[in-house]
Design a protein around this ligand. Sequence first.
Ligand code: PAF
Length: 280
Amino acid sequence: MQTIHTIQKLRLAVQKARTEGKSIGFVPTMGAFHQGHLSLIQRCKKDHGLCVVSIFVNPTQFGPKEDYRNYPRDKRRDCRMAAAAGADVVFYPSVEEMYPFGCCSLVDVPDVTKTLCGKSRPHHFRGVATVVAKLFLIVNPDQAYFGQKDYQQTVVIQKMARDLNFPVKIRVIATVREPDGLAMSSRNIYLTPQERSEATVLFASLQAAKRSVGKGEKDPKAIKALIRSMIIRTSGRIDYIECADAQTLRPVPRLEGRCVIALAVFFGKARLIDNIILQI
Ligand code: PAF
């Protein structure tokens, strides 16, 4: 596996693979790998001749009070894990390489960035869309792989790719969970043992919501109340619980069609998100 730090060298590596007739798969990440990332890399390698993984903790998607400085970074461990999962190239640019002095153009995707996480993280998705657009232009992949845990991110990127005619297919891969249901996340390391055990309520409450919808409950207020009633028995502080249209991400007055039930809850320092998609 090659580790490449510059845009120029990355472009050359991709061009070489193309001339060899290989298709290009791409997994953008911020490192701190867990099984969720590895499943994206494994899937990408299965589908493509060249699997490119980027590792870049993107400053523009963090708010001023968020964990940019403390975000877990371990280059050697991540590169080792990426190689074992099948990556051919790790692109590991510096902040200066991605955002040289004076770089100020931004990619804004309205509407779908304003709901759910966008309410409490106002500039987050602009940072995500900007860096992913830059990475798409650098890597020029045929397909790019994202995890369903960050469901809103997948909707934003799909919309951006469509609106701006990026010739890339977005693949959304199922959330990987711990045996007790907690969605794998790089931020789970912030949890104390007590918080870690309480955080299982997130998936448990989503499952309870799914069962309730299955029994005929279609009122989002009742579903949200059910989820809330479970979470407030723990130390979790609810940021939001929402029932939204799976495509527009607008809150729905009634659960029907393709919907997402999404939530964000703080346990101590960690803001955890999770969701389920329902076809009703
Ligand atoms: O999901 C992530 O890790 C990041 O938001 C992404 C897509 C790599 C952009 O920085």
